[in-house]
Design a protein around this ligand. Structure first.
Ligand code: ATP
Ligand code: LTN
Length: 334
């Protein structure tokens, strides 16, 4: 608890272009929850270097992501929006927690299996211990709730196991965090292959809607989205492509699946796809223009980055000092 409020932590990687999946599965919920909780939203740049990055491009992408958090509606005066690499406690706690994590546990992580298949030429130790760093991010702030998409549930379960293991040895050091998964949009699928999640690292640009796509591109991509020959707008297992579009439309408009089915009863896929495309374009346009404005204001962004890194450092230090003491490190002479 901070000032009688429960704590929320979440983060995103500044790799690739953010997709509609990232927005509907994560960012949109962050904004919804931000009044209720004391929030930490990190640009998790330490995680990103598990995959090789071009330094200049990476720096810009991280800045774009930080500005996007603000453009999406997170007030940086109320929410702690910061770069993970600016707060030393993440890496420090990660080392300690890695001594409380088993190889077998990390071996089971599906994201590790997927990423090591994708980057077979660079299966580094960081890719393997990535979930420990994620556990450190979360536990460092005594987090109560972590809003993420479904793909991150396995990492969160591991975080809870590590925390419980540590607590069982040293007493109540860490708060045990709970995941928060939104009712709709928790797993947006690829527009070209509805059996795969929409992913920013997909090589096929038609598979994902990027948050930077313009209106025409968005509408064109939805027109090309893979559906079926059943000619009915219905949410069911036999129609994964159409169901995914219903899910997107529902997450954007707040309408239930049944209402969406009724709205398009008797209408063709052409009409339906156009409606989904227009709705998504209407949501992304204001986000894009706010984003451009924020990026132009360097002094404003610099101020936020500085103040929030200090705030994150302050809260993370409290947990880190406690952990260092518990494991038996000698106290630093200050
Ligand atoms: P990559 O494709 O490079 O693995 P990613 O698109 O999964 O990246 P992350 O930075 O790993 O992006 O995820 C940021 C947040 O977005 C996480 O909370 C994740 O659960 C959520 N998310 C990612 N993809 C989707 C999706 N298709 N549907 C819903 N939520 C998603
Ligand atoms: N692993 C997450 C990103 C991430 C995260 C976190 C999410 C890193 N640290 C802490 C929530 C809380 C991902 O790949 N999406």
């Amino acid at each position: 608890m901070i000032d009688n409020k429960k704590v929320l932590f979440s983060g995103m990687q500044a790799t690739g272009n953010l997709t509609l999946g990232n927005y509907l599965g994560a960012l949109k919920n962050w904004v919804k929850l931000s009044d209720e909780y004391e929030c930490f939203y990190s640009v998790v740049d330490l995680h990103s270097i598990t995959v090789r990055q071009d330094p200049a491009e990476f720096r810009q992408k991280a800045k774009n992501l930080l500005a996007l958090y603000i453009a999406a509606g997170l007030d940086p005066e109320k929410n702690c929006i910061y770069y993970q690499s600016h707060v030393s406690g993440h890496a420090e706690l990660s080392w300690i927690l890695s001594c409380f994590t088993y190889m077998g546990e990390l071996n089971r992580m599906t994201q590790f299996k997927d990423k090591s298949a994708k980057h077979a030429d660079n299966i580094n130790a960081g890719l393997f211990t990535y979930p420990v760093l994620m556990a450190a991010d979360i536990l460092l702030y005594q987090t109560d709730v972590v809003p993420v998409g479904i793909d991150q549930l396995q990492h969160l379960e591991l975080t809870r196991d590590i925390a419980q293991r540590f607590n069982s040895v040293y007493g109540d050091v860490f708060t045990i965090p709970e995941p928060f998964i939104g009712k709709t949009g928790a797993k947006i699928m690829s527009l070209q292959d509805p059996s795969k999640k929409m992913s920013k690292s997909d090589e096929n640009p038609n598979a994902s809607i990027y948050l930077t796509d313009d209106r025409d591109t968005i509408i064109r991509k939805f027109k090309r989205a893979v559906t079926d020959s059943m000619a009915q707008v219905k949410h069911n297992e036999e129609q994964p492509g159409v169901s995914n579009l219903i899910e997107i439309y529902s997450a954007c408009t707040g309408k239930s699946f049944e209402d969406v089915e009724k709205e398009f009863d008797g209408k063709g896929y052409g009409d339906f796809k156009l409606a989904v495309g227009e709705t998504v374009a209407d949501i992304l346009a204001p986000l894009q223009s706010r984003h451009a404005d924020i990026l132009k204001d360097k002094a404003y962004l610099d101020g936020i980055v500085k103040n929030n890194a200090e705030k994150a450092q302050y809260f993370s230090n409290k947990t880190l000092r406690k952990v260092q003491k518990k494991v038996g490190f000698n106290e630093k002479i200050r």
